[in-house]
Design a protein around this ligand. Structure first.
Ligand code: HEC
Ligand code: HEC
Length: 325
């Protein structure tokens, strides 16, 4: 009986068959738990210090550059070799739902993320040290630097290093964009053009995945952007002004290219999801059947997305202790 009723509701109102759309919202202006300035500045120094790479040549900031929205402006990252994925920003990673990290959500916290680039040959380790020994090597080196040793209470450990870096990353937030001010009630914060764009965004089906305060559900979806056809995480749409190019491999260089991609995707959606063409695997995400993107809305949509970028954000570069003890 109940099932039958649900079925009828789903027929009458197809939207109810999927997960509810999460409304757009501002980010909180203050964080629940804020680390002390000393902890944040310790993490900032470690983030910029090449002492964390076995070769002493690469730091986290080699790929996450403050002036490029804490990304790198490249299609895909470059360490010892060119990587396969686009470097995401670390701005607002404090708000990644459930702490999921990377384009495929394979890690769960900012703290756990830190170990990946340190251990990866192609990112920070190079050929200077075996993977199994690199953590020990880095801890010893950081321990030998008085400023770090003192800041960590006399004993340096990898969890302390990771925690400090994560605290620094959590301090990089942009909760005061024009969009946030508008959502908090300042109706003059968005231009009429941007407000039309917000309406178009709501009506184009984008919010099926790009909803909530980060404009992301942080879930994996197959949308078949050019490149590998596999499920990637919905990226946040915040600060895109600073972080082009776009998608998991940086193949789309501008927002125009992204919007054109979605417009053309609608044809593929109607062939594969509704027409039953199962040739392309994995299949497209069924949520894409709600897409309704019109070229006439591109300018408005871009104006709205622009309102999600911060004009100013923390780009401070620290003074490093002597990193060659
Ligand atoms: C050689 C370039 C490079 C270096 C060095 C590097 N990163 Fe990254 N970073 C990337 C790339 C590329 C990704 C995406 C990888 C993926 O999704 O598979 C990434 C992803 C991340 C993410 C995940 C963000 C999100 O929202 O999913 C965080 C956080 C991060 N890096 C922090 C760091 C820290 C901390 C360091 C130093 C310990 C560091 N990175 C060093 C290129 C780099
Ligand atoms: C089915 C879920 C879904 C829908 C609906 C959707 N997106 Fe996306 N979006 C994604 C995923 C997943 C990616 C990353 C894909 C990749 O990297 O290959 C993405 C990437 C993007 C990017 C690139 C961001 C970056 O940092 O690289 C933009 C911009 C974007 N989407 C805007 C939109 C707009 C505008 C709409 C509506 C017209 C929309 N999306 C609809 C899931 C979705």
């Amino acid at each position: 009986m109940r099932l039958a009723a649900l079925f009828v509701i789903a027929l009458v109102c197809p939207a109810m068959a999927d997960e509810p759309v999460v409304p757009l919202a501002a980010l909180p202006l203050s964080m629940e738990s804020v680390a002390s300035t000393a902890e944040i500045e310790l993490g900032r120094a470690l983030f910029f210090d090449p002492v964390l790479s076995a070769t002493k040549m690469t730091s986290c900031a080699s790929c996450h550059l403050p002036q490029l929205g804490w990304a790198d402006g490249r299609e895909t990252g470059k360490g010892f070799t060119v990587l396969t994925r686009n470097t995401p920003t670390i701005l607002n990673t404090a708000f990644n739902t459930d702490g999921v990290m990377f384009w495929d959500n394979r890690e769960r916290t900012l703290e756990a993320q830190v170990l990946h680039p340190i251990r990866a040959r192609d990112e920070m380790r190079g050929d200077a040290c075996e993977e199994g020994k690199v953590v020990e090597l880095i801890v010893q080196r950081v321990q030998a630097i008085e400023r770090y040793r003192t800041a960590m209470g006399g004993t340096v450990t990898m969890p302390k290093i990771a925690h400090a870096i994560a605290d620094f990353e959590r301090s990089l937030v942009t909760p005061d964009t024009p969009f946030d001010r508008f959502m908090r009630g300042d109706k003059s914060a968005l231009t009429p053009h941007q407000q039309r764009g917000m309406k178009a965004f709501e009506e184009s089906g984008c919010m099926r995945c790009h909803g909530g305060p980060m404009l992301s559900d942080y879930k994996l979806h197959v949308i078949a952007a050019p490149g590998e056809r596999q499920a990637f995480r919905t990226p946040s749409l915040r600060n895109l002004r600073h972080t082009a190019p776009y998608m998991h491999n940086g193949r789309l260089r501008t927002l125009d290219e992204v919007l054109l991609f979605y417009e053309q995707l609608m044809d593929e959606v109607s062939e594969t999801i509704e027409g039953g063409d199962a040739a392309a695997q994995p299949p497209l995400d069924p949520l894409l059947k709600h897409l309704s993107v019109k070229p006439g809305d591109f300018l408005d949509l871009k104006a709205f997305i622009e309102s999600l970028s911060a004009d100013r954000y923390d780009q401070r570069v620290p003074a490093l202790p002597n990193s060659k003890p």
